[in-house]
Ligand binder design. Structure first.
Ligand code: GUN
Ligand code: ZN
Length: 434
């Protein structure tokens, strides 16, 4: 267990969703403190009051830096770490050219361990404390990832990516039965162990047979507290492909719905080109959507209607979609979400951007109040942001008239230099190199 500590700085928390309540859903304690003990947030408040209540606890002073809940990246592919920023392809060609050859390597436990460690250290340096990751079809890739996360004390969600159609290459295919059996064995080995959570993970309808989707739907029904993650309506070519492979389905979402793969705990990446029926069903069933803006511009997919989906009642989180996304940074991802909002005519407020990257992603993963939350009882995953981390940001920050103006330049222009420290489960796991 970690020792008690008091962190001081400006403290940002949310009591509601700013998409619904506006920026007043956020609260700033300008001269604040957070008391961490036993891996949890035990108290938040004015610095003087917390110091008085806990006079013997060591203090780490972050001055004017901002203490926020650690970032939650709700859709990533850790095995794509080494092929991030691969040039010039749209989704299907990008998968075949860059992704599948790289994913073939993850049957080797040593390589899976090397990339798991590399990936998690990269994201800790970006202030990300939880990710929901696809692994590869190899169970070894799942073991490696959960082991590396446990070594860092991180709460992660992950699962074996299942693909049994001949649309996936030889060497990256399982079967309906082996996907069920291997996923089940991994659930037994990892789900609920320490901070590990399992996600049943059919890659997407084009690489699964209906039999495989049904087998994974049955598995989810047997383990309803697992997450279920997959992709939905990312590119128009992909949607046409789904139509040709599933002529009986009403739409893309229906390929999952028929197999029992929608509902609370279902996490659909992208969800850009949705039919009205799909939007209604996502909201009715409390299925979540994860917005991946750097991926959507990088692969040329389109502009997700984040504000509209939230207004309809669909839980929405935010993600890098590494390595379809072009960055490991949730700050860069918030900037891209802002830009996508602008292109849709609905600029997202700074409070909405931070909420998506913390509370929104946590809610999409059914982890509200546990992670992504600066509040008493939450797990002590905290990111410390320097709001004047570069000369370019500092000079804009100096002109700010209020807190949101002081924060926004870091959301738009910040990178790992803005991440002063990353606390995970009450332990300091990353400090900015001096
Ligand atoms: N759709 C199916 N697999 C993938 C993937 O690995 N990345 C992205 N962006 N979309 C997908
Ligand atoms: Zn993805």
């Amino acid at each position: 267990m970690t020792s008690p500590v008091l962190l001081t700085g400006q403290v940002l928390s949310f009591s509601a969703n700013p998409f619904l309540e506006g920026p007043s859903a956020a609260h700033l304690e300008p001269d604040g403190a957070v008391f961490l003990s036993q891996g949890r947030i035990m108290a938040i408040g004015p610095r003087a009051a917390l110091r008085h209540a806990h006079p013997d606890v060591p203090v780490i002073s972050y001055g004017q830096h901002l203490l926020t809940a650690g970032f939650v990246d709700a859709h990533v592919h850790y095995p794509q770490t080494a092929i991030i920023a691969s040039w010039g392809k749209r989704l299907i060609d990008w998968l075949n050219t860059y992704t599948f050859p790289e994913e073939m390597r993850f049957g080797d436990p040593a390589y899976a361990a090397e990339i798991s460690a590399r990936y998690l250290d990269l994201v800790l340096a970006q202030g990300t404390t939880t990710v929901a990751s696809y692994c590869t079809i190899h169970p070894e890739s799942v073991d490696a990832f959960f082991s590396a996360a446990a070594a860092r004390g991180m709460r992660v969600i992950a699962g074996k990516t299942c693909m049994d159609r001949d649309t996936a290459p030889e060497g990256l295919r399982d079967t309906a039965q082996s996907a069920y059996d291997q996923s089940k064995a991994l659930i037994d080995r990892w789900h609920g162990k320490g901070r590990a959570g399992y996600a049943i993970t059919p890659r997407f309808s084009p690489t699964s047979t209906p039999d495989q989707l049904h087998a994974l739907g049955a598995l989810w029904a047997e383990h309803p507290d697992c997450a279920m993650q997959t992709h939905l309506s990312e590119q128009t070519d992909e949607i046409a492909w789904v139509k040709s492979l599933y002529p009986e389905a009403r739409d893309y979402l229906d390929t999952y719905e028929r197999a029992g793969l929608i509902g609370a705990g279902a996490v659909f990446g992208h969800a850009i080109h949705l039919e009205p029926r799909e939007r209604a069903r996502l909201a009715e069933t409390r299925s979540a959507v994860v917005h991946c803006p750097t991926s959507n511009t990088f692969i040329g997919s389109g502009l997700c209607d984040v504000a509209g989906l939230i207004a309809q009642g669909t839980p929405v989180g935010l993600a890098t979609d590494t390595g379809g996304g072009s960055s490991f940074s949730m700050l860069r991802t918030m900037a891209a979400a802002y830009e996508v909002g602008q292109l849709r005519g609905r600029p997202l407020h700074a409070s909405e951007l931070v909420w998506l990257a913390t509370e929104g992603s946590a809610a999409a993963l059914r982890l509200s109040g546990t992670i992504g939350h600066m509040g008493v009882g939450a797990e002590a995953d905290i990111t410390v942001l320097d709001l004047a981390s570069t000369p370019a940001i500092a000079q804009r920050h100096a002109r700010a008239n209020d807190f949101w103006e002081a924060l926004f330049p870091t959301l738009m222009m910040g990178d790992d230099r803005a991440i002063c420290a990353t606390w995970v489960g009450g332990a300091l796991r990353h400090s900015r190199p001096s």
